[in-house]
Design a protein around this ligand. Structure first.
Ligand code: UDP
Length: 267
């Protein structure tokens, strides 16, 4: 298993990772992941999408899961996908469960460095906030205040916490509809307000809501996740690998800066 080349700590390789995507992103966003960090954790990573795709299925050794969720940016479609990610975790018992978006570069070594500080036998909800105040939701006539880990930066759940979430999975979309909040907020609500576990914030997870230009070859290795956004020209400050057409997301440049011995970096 490739994972064991990354860490001596076998418990960390017992991890299940899902990446939320959509059909129209398969070529431009999923392929750069397959070419970079997916290759380091190929047995543990699955893509959750909304359309079959033979090319992606072949490239991932059938790690593409087609759902009946809508292929749009509406709350219900995105909550449907997070519900499917949680169901996938339920079918694949692991010490850790992590979600990422399809515009996330995951620095696997740094993720392991972070997770090794926490015991998966206890309840841990690990990620990064995107807003500083708590959200409020009315649920069953009661007001709740809670924080949430922003889905666009990725987050992780320990096995012990996931076992407590299990009873809410089939109801996830209903809960999200009932409080009227997006998928990542709804998960934060379930964990903080219904289960009573607080988010442990790790600042080294990053979404495209942050300015990414301050990350460069000197500080990449300390980041757990990175991202990009074409529309706002928000990218890590690193020169593209070869020419920019070949590396529009900069994932190859990031990957080769961190892991220079990988095969795509050698030619
Ligand atoms: N996404 C999706 N369906 C869509 C648009 C986006 O499933 O119609 C997924 C996308 O693949 C990504 C996540 O939702 O993993 C967030 O999408 P995006 O970065 O476009 O949105 P933002 O984070 O800006 O809300």
């Amino acid at each position: 298993d490739q994972c064991q080349q990354l860490t001596q700590n076998k418990e960390l390789c017992n991890i299940s990772i899902t990446v939320k995507t959509t059909n129209s992103n398969h070529q431009k966003k999923v392929i750069p992941i397959i070419q970079t960090w997916f290759s380091q954790l190929a047995s543990q990573v699955y893509f959750i999408t909304d359309r079959e795709d033979r090319t992606i299925s072949r490239l991932t050794h059938n790690h593409l899961i087609d759902t009946k969720c809508g292929s749009n940016h509406y709350r219900e479609s995105l909550s449907c996908k997070l519900e499917e990610e949680l169901r996938h975790f339920g079918r694949n018992p692991s010490n850790w469960y992590c979600h990422f978006d399809d515009d996330n570069y995951l620095n696997v070594n740094r993720l392991f460095d972070v997770l090794k500080n926490y015991d998966f036998r206890n309840d841990w909800y690990i990620g990064k906030k995107s807003i500083n105040h708590k959200l409020s939701a009315i649920y069953k006539n009661k007001v709740h205040y809670f924080s949430f880990a922003t889905g666009g930066a990725g987050f992780c759940l320990s096995k012990s916490l996931f076992n407590k979430i299990s009873t809410y999975i089939e109801d996830f979309v209903n809960i999200s509809n009932s409080i009227g909040l997006p998928d990542d907020c709804s998960l934060g609500f379930i964990i903080e307000s219904l289960i009573g576990v607080n988010l442990t914030e790790i600042h080294d997870f990053h979404s495209h809501l942050e300015y990414l230009g301050s990350f460069n070859s000197n500080n990449l290795k300390n980041q757990v996740s990175l991202s990009y956004k074409f529309e706002t020209n928000n990218f890590v400050n690193i020169s593209a690998f070869k020419n920019s057409d070949e590396d529009p997301t900069k994932f190859k440049a990031i990957h080769c800066n961190l892991y220079s011995k990988q095969s795509i970096c050698l030619n």
